[in-house]
Design a protein around this ligand. Structure first.
Ligand code: BGC
Length: 521
């Protein structure tokens, strides 16, 4: 080549070639060392993932231990107040709606970041639900930490404006006063069907002055202040509302569960099995028990550094342990905590660490569900969520696969633990196929002597909550583990049914079935 070059140029070109080769070589060294580093980081991430997966494992043997621990705690909670972390609160609901209810009833459903107001015109056995209307109102974030008065006044104002818009087709029965079923989805020590004191806030609420007080009084005072004439006939937990709503349509509903922002379960118990109950035994000898299982804890539950960190940073450390493993408010943040560890110890997303990755609750459970539901070949939904939630972009497919796997581990653990909860309750009422436990009477005004049959009994679990409704893979894990625990045969007679928004209408129905005006129907 140098033959045709002007004199002296040959040397220059040769020098250049050496330089180019050197640069190429240095480039190759950079690429190789970057690859080695990436491989090292990937190996470290995989090790973190593996360690986390092992710590979260829920083999069926462990689930059985959890089922048994739950049953033991249920007994202890029924025996005495404070006998267990499981509060096992008597709801004072000893009759469930049976279809005879008539008239106009309102409901107010408060339990998360939204509340719902609803009215329903009931037409008895023939007409059933003649007409219903509802509205959903979001609670401004600051009110979750404001004073109790402020919170209840806001709610009463919205309720009053809804009542003012009552239109055609809604009318009270005879000279019935407007009555309200109040679904209040927090732990409450009921003192009657229509009064009870808040034990403690959950799900991020911290409003001052309410714990230890009668929440119905708060609501009634707020209603009086805005000039709203209405009587609170029933105060119910959302699980109890869901049970009532489910039972209105289906006699086999014995258990209701919420898997949403928070989690909880209630079921029908034999009243004479509630040792701590001091009142008269109801005619039905049945009582709905609000377990408040969100606060369940057992040493068999798998707990990791991510759960410990989440609990320590929460507004209620040491409380709601089961809820923090399985509910919608927390699962996304558990994923975030694992990813943060991968970022800190294995540089998974490169440097510097995205500020939002360090901020609690930037990754919601709907985000997690979106990533976990990603079926695209390049996991582009995972990429999109990483961008939206943390402002992280440019991730490799390998990194996105690791993120996906973290979601999978957290979801699988949550779904399977929730299944252990379901089976624990079924075991307590003798509906898990083992013949153990007892309880679970039909509980309605007209059905005390039924239910004596040699046929396997069908048991319906009414399920509500956004987590269960919208997170398909969570639902699948829950169902699969329930079947594993019960065995195929028994599982055929246990139906978990979505009872969407049943808690609001259930509260209205309970207001009706406990209303003095129904006695004259
Ligand atoms: C509350 C329960 C409620 C559940 C579901 C929990 O945080 O303690 O009372 O039923 O959330 O809304």
């Amino acid at each position: 080549m140098s033959q045709n070059l002007p004199k002296g140029m040959g040397k220059t070109v040769a020098g250049l070639a050496v330089a180019v080769a050197a640069v190429a070589c240095a480039g190759a060294v950079v690429v190789v060392s970057r690859r080695i580093r990436e491989r090292g980081q990937r190996a470290k991430c995989l090790a973190i993932l593996e360690e986390f997966r092992t710590a979260c494992a829920t083999p069926v043997s462990r689930l059985r231990q959890i089922v048994d621990a739950l049953v033991v705690e249920m007994h202890a909670g029924l025996a005495s107040d404070g006998g267990s972390r499981l509060k096992m609160l008597p709801s004072f609901v000893d009759v469930l709606p049976n279809g005879d209810e008539k008239g106009l009833y309102y409901a107010l459903d408060l339990g998360g970041t939204n509340f719902r107001v609803l009215r329903v015109q009931l037409g008895g056995k023939e007409g059933r639900v003649i007409k219903q209307e509802y509205e959903e109102v979001s609670i401004p974030h600051r009110l979750m930490a404001a004073s109790g008065q402020e919170l209840f006044e806001y709610i009463a104002k919205e309720l009053a404006s809804f009542v003012n818009r009552e239109g055609e087709g809604f009318r009270p029965h005879g000279n019935q006063k407007r009555e309200l079923g109040f679904t209040f989805s927090f732990p409450v020590n009921q003192t009657a069907i229509n009064s009870g004191t808040l034990v403690q806030w959950t799900k991020g609420f911290t409003c001052d002055g309410v714990p230890g007080k009668n929440v119905v009084q708060f609501l009634e005072e707020a209603m009086a202040k805005v000039g709203l004439q209405m009587k609170v006939t029933a105060l119910v937990n959302d699980t109890v509302g869901t049970l009532a709503g489910g039972r209105y349509w289906n006699e086999d509903v014995m258990v209701a569960i919420i898997l949403g922002t928070g989690t909880n379960a209630c079921y029908v118990e034999r009243a004479d099995a509630i040792n701590k109950w001091n009142g008269l035994l109801p005619r039905s000898n049945s009582m709905v028990i609000n377990t408040e299982w969100g606060n369940f804890w057992s040493s068999h539950l798998p707990k990791t550094y991510a759960d410990e960190g989440l609990d320590a940073d929460s507004v209620n450390p040491g409380e709601q342990g089961f809820e923090k493993l399985i509910s919608g408010m927390y699962m996304g943040d558990i994923v975030r905590r694992v990813l943060l560890k991968m970022a800190q110890e294995a540089d998974i997303f490169g440097k510097p660490i995205a500020p939002k990755l360090m901020q609690p609750y930037t990754l919601s459970t709907p985000h997690m569900s979106k990533m976990h539901g990603d079926e695209t070949h390049d996991l582009r939904n995972v990429a999109k969520v990483l961008k939206d939630a943390f402002n992280i972009s440019g991730t490799s497919l390998t990194v996105r696969k690791i993120v996906y796997m973290v979601c999978e581990v957290v979801c699988e653990r949550g779904g399977r633990l929730a299944a252990a909860g379901v089976v624990g309750i079924l075991k307590k009422i003798g509906r898990d196929g083992t013949g153990a436990g007892a309880g679970g009477q039909p509980l309605s005004r007209s059905s005390s002597a039924k239910n004596v049959s040699s046929r396997p009994r069908r048991t319906v679990v009414a399920m509500d909550g956004g987590l269960y409704e919208h997170y398909g893979k969570f639902r699948e894990y829950l169902q699969q583990a329930t079947t594993e625990l019960l065995g195929e045969e028994v599982a055929k007679n246990v139906l978990i049914e979505l009872s969407k928004d049943g808690s609001g209408i259930g509260a209205a129905l309970l207001a009706a079935s406990h209303s003095p005006s129904q006695k004259n129907l």
